[in-house]
Ligand binder design. Sequence first.
Ligand SMILES: Cc1ncc(C[n+]2csc(CCOP(=O)(O)OP(=O)(O)O)c2C)c(N)n1
Length: 328
Amino acid sequence: MATKVRQAAGTKEEYLQLHRWMCMAKALDDRMHILVKQGRAPFVGSSRGHEGIQVASTAALAADDWLVPHYRGLANAIVRGLTMKEWMLAVFAKVDDPLSAGRNIPGGCYSYRRLKIASVSQVVASWVPKASGIAYAAKLKGEGSVTLCTFGDGATSQGDFHEGVNFAAVHRLPVVFVCENNSYAISVPIRLQMGNPNVADRAAGYGIAGATVDGTDVPACFAVCKGAVERARRGDGPTLIDAKIWRINSHTSEDNHLKYRGKEEIDEAAGHDPIARFGAWLMERGWLTADELAHSQAELDAEASEAADWAEQQPDPIPEEALTHVFA
Ligand SMILES: Cc1ncc(C[n+]2csc(CCOP(=O)(O)OP(=O)(O)O)c2C)c(N)n1
C-alpha cells in the first residue's frame, strides 16, 4: 500500500528536480560555513538534514499558495524560486537583498512578496498564528490558496503554536503545519521538551488530521505533503505533519553542539543525510548516475561560490535609509 502511494506521488522529473533543489541548498549552506570561517559572513543557521522535508512540503504547493517557513527554511525558499544570488545578497546584508533589504541575519526575519513567502520571524512559533491568519483571509476571500507553515519541535511548546493550530482547526482552514522535528531546540533534547515525542499525536486533540513521516525519506514526505495540501484545498481543514529528521550541524554557527551531544550522536546524525539517501534512491532506479551527481554538485558548489563573490561586491544599504521598512 505504502509503495503505491509513493509511486503515485511524483514523476522521475519531479524527483530529480527535488534532488537538485536539495543540492542547491547544500551548496549554499556549505559556502556560508566557509564564509563565516573566513570572517566574511556573519552567521549561518544550517538547514543540513532538513532539506528533504523542506523541498517535499514546498513542492507540494501550487504557485499561488503561501509559504510561512521557519528561519531554517532555506530549501523551502529555493523551491519557491529564490536564487543563489538573492540569498547571498541577504547573507551579505546588501541594499538589494530582496528578503529584508539588508536588515536581518540570513534567513532570520524576512518575507518575499513575489514568491508568496510571508513574514518569517525569529520569535519562535510567532509565525504559526500568522499562517492561520493568512489561511483565514484566503478562505474569506475565496482565494483557494493553501498555506504551508513550518517550524521545529521546540516551537510546539510555545503558546503561539497552540493558538495558531487551534484557530485553524476551529475554522477548518486550508493550512498544512509541518514540524521539522530534529529533536533539539538549540541544546534542549526532545525528552526535556515534551512528554510525547510524537507531535502528530496532538492532531487528535485539535480535531484535525495528523501524520508522522520519516523526514529523510523524500518520496514518503512528498506523498504525505501532497495529501495534506489536497485535503486543505478541498476544504477538509488542516493537517499536522511530524517529520522526523536529524540536525546534522550545530544549531547555528554561534553554537557548538559538542557541548551537549556526544561525537557518536553527531556522527549518527550525519548518517541520516536526506540528500545522500535520496541520491542513492535515485541511483537505484537508474535515474541518476554517480558521475552526474558529482558533476551537478560541483557545478552548484561553484555557482554558490560565484554568487557569494558577486554579492559581496554589491552596494551596502545607506545609513539614511536605516529606518525604511522598520515599523514602530
Ligand atoms: C520566543 C522565543 N524563545 C526563545 C528563542 C531563542 N531560540 C531561537 S531558536 C530556538 C530553538 C527552537 O527550536 P526548534 O523550534 O526545535 O527549531 P530548530 O531551531 O531546532 O529548527 C530558541 C529557543 C526565540 N528566538 N524565541
